[in-house]
Ligand binder design. Structure first.
Ligand code: CUA
Length: 339
C-alpha cells in the first residue's frame, strides 16, 4: 500500500489482493465501530431519563428492522468469507511450472537450497516473474517462514514438508522473518530475500554450486546408502522401481492409494514401513536420524529426476504434497495413516 508507512512493500503477485481484502475488512470494522459508537452516544443523550419518575415506552419490536440487521451483516460476512477463501486457495496451490526451492528452519537460521545445488543461509535469491515454490521444514522446533513483502508465510514443522509459493514482481531486497516464537533468539531469526531480474538471476545461479545439482548429490547419496541394490529400474528388485513414479498414484499394501509426491517420498525414506507399495514386503530399513534434511531433499530431487515429465507439477493444499517422484517404499504393512 503505497503511502501507508505501516505496510511493507507489495512485491508479489497476490500482495495487492491481500492488502485489498485486509483494507476491506478494516474499513467495514471501522465503519461499524463508528456507527455503533455514535448511535450509543446519540441515543444515550437523546432518550436519557429526564424526571425521576419517568418510565420508558413499551416497544414490541420491528420485524423489518430485525431482518435487516440479520441479513445485511450476513451478506457482508459472506463477502469476506468468499473473498478470503478464494485467496486462500490461490495462495495454497502453486502453479505447475514453479521453480522449486527447499527451506529448512533451525534455531536460529533459515537454510535454503536450490535445485541447481546452490545453498544459502539467511539469504534467498529468486527471479521476478516466475512462481517460486518453497518446501519448508524444520530441523528442531516449530518455526514459520514469513515474507512480509510477498504477503505469505507458512509454518515450518519438523518431520514434514509444507508448501509455500509466491511470484515476485519487483526486484529488490525484502525481509525474511520467523513468525513463530521458537526460543530465545527467535527475533534474530531473520534474513533477506533478494529478488532479481531473470537475467541477473541466471548469472547468480552460474556462480554457485560447487558440489553439483541437488539431483546429482542425491544420486550419489542413493548409491552410498545402497538404495540401488533394491530399487532396480526393471521393477524386479526388492523395492519398487522409482522410474516415472512421481506424480502418480500407487496402490498400497493396505488397499489404499497414495500420490507419490515429496511428502510421500519423505515418509517412505524416514518411516519406510508406514505406507508400503502393494506387493512389496516391508524390508526397507528406516533412515530416520541417519540422513540430514539437506540430504533428504537431495535424495528426493534425485528421485524426482527419474520422472522427467512429472518434474514440476502441481501441488497440494496445506499438507505436504507436491508432485514428486516415486516412492521408495519397499516394505511393510501400510498403515495408511498420514503423518
Ligand atoms: Cu524460528 Cu521463531
Amino acid at each position: 500500500m503505497r503511502g501507508i508507512p505501516l505496510f511493507p512493500e507489495a512485491a508479489s503477485s497476490f500482495a495487492s489482493e491481500v492488502d485489498a481484502l485486509y483494507l476491506f475488512i478494516v474499513a467495514i470494522s471501522a465503519f461499524f465501530t463508528v456507527a455503533v459508537s455514535v448511535a450509543v452516544i446519540f441515543f444515550g443523550i437523546r432518550y436519557r431519563r429526564r424526571h425521576a419518575d419517568e418510565v420508558g415506552a413499551h416497544i414490541e419490536g420491528s420485524l423489518p428492522l430485525e431482518l435487516a440487521w440479520s441479513i445485511i451483516p450476513t451478506l457482508i460476512a459472506m463477502v469476506m468469507f468468499v473473498w478470503g477463501a478464494k485467496l486462500f486457495y490461490e495462495m495454497r496451490r502453486p502453479p505447475a511450472e514453479s521453480l522449486q526451492i527447499y527451506a529448512v528452519g533451525k534455531q536460529w537460521m533459515w537454510k535454503f537450497q536450490h535445485q541447481g545445488g546452490q545453498r544459502e543461509i539467511n539469504e534467498l535469491h529468486v527471479p521476478t516473474g516466475r512462481p517460486i515454490r518453497v518446501l519448508v521444514t524444520s530441523e528442531d522446533v516449530l518455526h514459520d517462514l514469513y515474507f512480509p513483502a510477498f504477503r505469505t508465510k507458512i509454518d515450518a514443522i519438523p518431520g514434514r514438508y509444507m508448501p509455500l509459493w509466491f511470484t515476485p514482481t519487483k526486484p529488490g531486497r525484502y525481509h525474511i522473518f520467523c513468525a513463530e516464537y521458537c526460543g530465545t533468539k527467535h527475533s534474530g531469526m531473520i534474513g533477506t530475500v533478494i529478488v532479481m531480474e531473470p537475467q541477473q538471476y541466471q548469472d547468480w545461479l552460474a556462480g554457485g554450486a560447487s558440489e553439483g545439482t541437488m539431483a546429482e548429490r542425491g544420486a550419489k547419496l542413493f548409491n552410498d546408502l545402497a538404495c540401488t541394490t533394491c530399487h532396480l529400474d526393471s521393477g524386479q528388485g526388492r523395492g519398487p522401481s522409482l522410474k516415472d513414479i512421481v506424480g502418480k498414484a500407487v496402490e498400497l499394501n493396505d488397499g489404499s492409494t497414495a500420490v507419490v509426491d515429496e511428502g510421500y517420498l519423505r515418509e517412505s525414506i524416514l518411516n519406510s514401513q508406514a505406507r508400503v507399495v502393494k506387493g512389496f514386503t516391508p524390508l526397507m530399513p528406516t533412515f530416520q536420524g541417519l540422513i540430514s534434511e539437506e540430504g533428504l531433499a537431495a535424495l528426493i530431487e534425485h528421485i524426482k529426476s527419474l520422472s522427467p515429465q512429472a518434474a514440476a507439477q502441481a501441488p497440494a493444499l496445506v499438507p505436504a504434497s507436491a508432485p514428486v517422484s516415486a516412492a521408495g517404499t519397499p516394505a511393510a504393512p501400510a498403515q495408511g495413516a498420514r503423518r
